[in-house]
Design a binder for this molecule. Structure first.
Ligand code: AMP
Length: 103
């Protein structure tokens, strides 16, 4: 989607280093970390928020990536969060899952 920062990262228009990647999902470090570890798990395809996703396999892949990337980094204690919609604190309207850890 035009003018979407996470789409631009997904298609290489904005350089970023992936922490982890699968066919449909990538993980980056948050640019303004709110914890010692703060990563974002992001579908490569644009969905403005969780309400737009009917693809259960993608939802499973997103949570699977949460497990895989935390395991890879050695995190056992962490918080997983989605801000879904403006009044819930969402600022980037391309679905993403926050992983926060102070371990
Ligand atoms: P949310 O409030 O859930 O929409 O969170 C958006 C998050 O994206 C914030 O924590 C931002 O710091 C983060 N963010 C915005 N732009 C970038 C970027 N270019 N690279 C990494 N993280 C970003």
């Amino acid at each position: 989607m035009e003018d979407c920062i996470f789409c631009k990262i997904a298609n290489g228009e904005i350089p970023s280093s992936y922490v982890y990647e699968t066919e449909n999902v990538y993980v980056i470090n948050d640019i303004a970390p709110k914890a010692k570890h703060h990563m974002l798990v992001i579908p490569k395809k644009h969905y403005k928020d969780l309400t737009e996703v009917d693809n259960v396999a993608l939802l499973a892949e997103l949570m699977s990536v949460v497990k895989e990337v935390t395991k890879k980094i050695g995190l056992k204690e962490y918080r997983v969060m989605i801000n879904n919609g403006k009044s819930a604190g969402q600022e980037v309207f391309h679905l993403h899952i926050h992983i926060l850890a102070n371990q």
